[in-house]
Design a protein around this ligand. Structure first.
Ligand SMILES: NC(=O)c1ccc[n+]([C@@H]2O[C@H](COP(=O)([O-])OP(=O)(O)OC[C@H]3O[C@@H](n4cnc5c(N)ncnc54)[C@H](OP(=O)(O)O)[C@@H]3O)[C@@H](O)[C@H]2O)c1
Length: 344
């Protein structure tokens, strides 16, 4: 089996495998994952060459970071990204694993946003302790912007800019404590805004460049090409619907909630083309984003060893050129979105 190719991250000198591991699932996102299954998933991922792991303090209020750290600690050449912007305050009232902020985690903490200079330095230190590692490679400013904060976004923006948050990240990068930093968000405009304030090495863009939507081609990707900023694609299945398709029963998931009918209709259209060409929808979802030269890695959410094996198989699936041509001709894909055949 050929190794998974690596791609550079900005100007950091760091490379990451183009298929990485999104560890939100290991924080018990929506459903509990046992310690054994979590360990099995990440061990299988590392063995298969998915040696870029993305985690965050938010993912199960520290649970994902603890699990990732246990698995990667003695492993060479694993690139780790985690995030800043949320601090975990002790909360003795948490005594069960009922869902809080989307996670079924028993970790007794309460999340507090803090994008200030001191908040970011503290968050970085806390992450090293929870992971039990001496260094993380990349830090993403997590969920800055109106998508998460609504009317409160302005205050957090002040913390990050005039409040010295970005200065703290520049300091960590300048002194070599991290290789690079960027933002990890679900919206495009805030990426452009932060790029006006600092030189970003990478942007973790979740759900906003997928088989379903390509608006990032308008301004963001050209700006990243000009600035030397790499893109890591989070949420490549838009939370599930591009992995499951529309034909199974039950709720179809799109962007952390039930899929709206317009989205279901578009996925049905893509699915019909995929069926005609014998292509599996999630295989197309992974191959599509990797065809863009600005994209360094795609990190689907994976919660079990079986899912790792299935994901690697999907990643390696051969997709006929006629599939992409038909998607374009049917108006289901923007004509200017690169597809794997363009690079061949
Ligand atoms: N703001 C940010 O920085 C941000 C935001 C979102 C995501 N991210 C990153 O991106 C990663 C991935 O995002 P995500 O987990 O939210 O979304 P995603 O990868 O788009 O979707 C994950 C969902 O797809 C399902 N799935 C995965 N592979 C499947 C398959 N082969 N067949 C059927 N279903 C499959 C999973 O189901 P199961 O649960 O059954 O496996 C899970 O519910 C995260 O772990 C995180 O690292 C970052």
């Amino acid at each position: 089996m050929t190794a998974i190719p690596h791609r550079p991250i900005g100007r950091t000198g760091l490379t990451v495998p183009e298929l990485g591991f999104g560890a939100a699932s290991l924080g018990n996102l929506y459903a509990p994952v046992s310690d054994a299954d979590a360990r099995g998933a990440i061990d299988a991922a590392l063995a298969a060459g998915l040696r870029y792991v993305d985690t965050a303090p938010h993912y199960g209020r520290g649970l994902s970071e603890r699990r990732v750290g246990e698995a990667v600690r003695l492993q060479p050449d694993v690139v780790i990204s985690t995030k800043v912007g949320r601090l975990m305050d002790p909360d003795p009232s948490v005594t069960d694993d009922r869902e809080r902020d989307g996670f079924r985690s028993p970790m007794p903490f309460r999340m507090r946003y803090d994008y200030s200079h001191d908040g970011i330095l503290r968050s970085h230190e806390h992450s090293l302790q929870r992971l039990g590692v001496a260094r993380v490679d990349l830090l993403y400013v997590h969920d800055i912007g109106g998508y998460t904060h609504g009317d409160a976004a302005g205050g957090y923006w002040q913390q990050l800019t005039t409040g010295g948050g970005l200065k703290a990240l520049e300091r960590l990068r300048d002194e070599g404590s991290i290789a690079g930093f960027g933002v990890g968000v679900n919206e495009i405009q805030v990426c452009l805004d932060v790029m006006q304030e600092a030189r970003l090495d990478a942007i973790l863009l979740a759900g906003r460049y997928t088989l379903l939507e390509q608006n990032a081609l308008d301004a963001l990707f050209p700006a990243c090409a000009a600035a030397g900023t790499s893109i890591v694609i989070g949420g490549p299945y838009n939370s599930g619907i591009l992995a499951t398709g529309t034909k199974r029963g039950g709720t179809l998931h799109y962007d952390y909630g039930p899929a709206p009918e317009t989205v279901v209709a578009k996925v049905r259209g893509i699915e019909a083309v995929a069926d005609r060409h014998g292509v599996r929808l999630p295989a197309a979802a992974l191959a599509f984003v990797l065809a863009h030269p600005q994209v360094a890695s795609v990190i689907p959410g994976i919660g079990s060893a079986a899912r790792v094996a299935q994901t690697v198989e999907l990643y390696r699936e051969a997709i006929p050129a006629a599939f992409w041509q038909e998607l374009r001709a049917a108006g289901l894909l923007r004509a200017d979105a690169p597809v794997p055949e363009d690079a061949a």
